[in-house]
Design a protein around this ligand. Structure first.
Ligand SMILES: C[S@@+](CC[C@H](N)C(=O)[O-])C[C@H]1O[C@@H](n2cnc3c(N)ncnc32)[C@H](O)[C@@H]1O
Length: 278
């Protein structure tokens, strides 16, 4: 999860075993989680790109590490950008799939999956403790409609998801990148929306929420201007917070600081094909 608002993890990390690195608790050169998510799944395979997330050293608790080791082989997906994935095969059924980008610690994701078992959630983040946390939450709640993807959502969208394969997109409290020189790192931009539009089925809804008002205005501007999306709110503007979106961890931190939260719900439009005669 982002360090823009930072809270310490609830669970304490275990002490390192003898003969291991004090910081990571493993011998030099050993993978962090032999059966778990890879450290940098796409590696240098793709061009240098502006990243919407910040690299951070992540402390993984014993419970998260255990979930990563045990559950990753069945429920995890490393974003290596090497193949287009068959979503029905990944989930084991053909239910509609919604992509959630940046689930953080995953509490809201697990709640939404439990509340709507007929929708599959492909949840992507780079944050290793969050990946472990979400896997543990999913197992504890007996959820079979969550898969956890590790890596950059842009590569997932561009290289690994088929056109029209998504029934929805959720981006809750994306990193706000408040400094002007960092605005280029914000996720919700015209190019991102053009890419997302190709992967969304006609009628699919993009749901964004943020507690950073200048970013909310930017989201509203770029979504409103984009030809592939229409506002679900008659007359335009922000949407009332829908009941189905639970309070997220990052949102709670923003509310504690007195921030105003805005939701945006835009639909992927289907363009009418023009006949050769117009
Ligand atoms: C500010 S946190 C919000 C987390 C959560 N949605 C919440 O509301 O508590 C944003 C998250 O998005 C993730 N993120 C940002 N850009 C990403 C990308 N391109 N691919 C995958 N995850 C990304 C970050 O790692 C971080 O965990």
């Amino acid at each position: 999860m982002s360090d823009f608002h930072h809270t310490p993890e609830a669970e304490a990390a275990p002490p390192p075993a003898a003969g291991t690195s004090p910081r990571h608790g493993r011998a030099k050169g050993e993978p962090r989680f032999p059966d778990g998510p890879k450290a940098d799944p796409a590696g240098s395979h793709f061009e240098r790109r502006i990243r919407s997330f910040q690299p951070r050293r992540s402390r993984v608790t014993a419970g998260q590490a255990d979930a990563l080791q045990r559950l990753w082989p069945g429920w995890g997906l490393d974003i290596d950008g090497q193949r287009v994935i068959d979503l029905a095969e990944l989930f084991g059924d053909a239910r509609p799939v919604v992509l959630e980008i940046g689930f953080g610690m995953g509490e809201a994701t697990a709640q939404m999956a439990a509340a709507d078992p007929d929708t599959n959630i492909l949840a992507v983040d780079v944050h290793t403790p969050g990946q472990g946390n979400l896997l543990a939450l999913a197992e504890r709640a007996g959820l079979s409609n969550i898969r956890v993807a590790n890596g950059d959502a842009i590569i997932l969208l561009r290289e690994m998801l088929a056109p029209g394969s998504l029934a929805g997109l959720r981006v809750y409290f994306p990193d706000p990148w408040p400094k002007k020189r960092h605005h280029k790192r914000r996720l919700i931009q015209p190019e991102f929306l053009s890419l997302a539009a190709t992967r969304l089925a006609p009628g699919a809804v993009v749901h964004c929420a943020t507690d950073w008002e200048p970013y909310a205005e930017q989201m509203l501007d770029v979504l409103t201007a984009h030809p592939d999306f229409e506002n679900t709110v008659p007359g335009g503007g922000f949407a009332p917070r829908p009941d189905h979106r639970p309070l997220t961890r990052f949102e709670g931190q923003g509310l504690d600081k007195g921030h105003v939260v805005n939701d945006l719900l835009f639909r992927r439009v289907q363009h009418k094909e023009l006949s050769p005669t117009g």
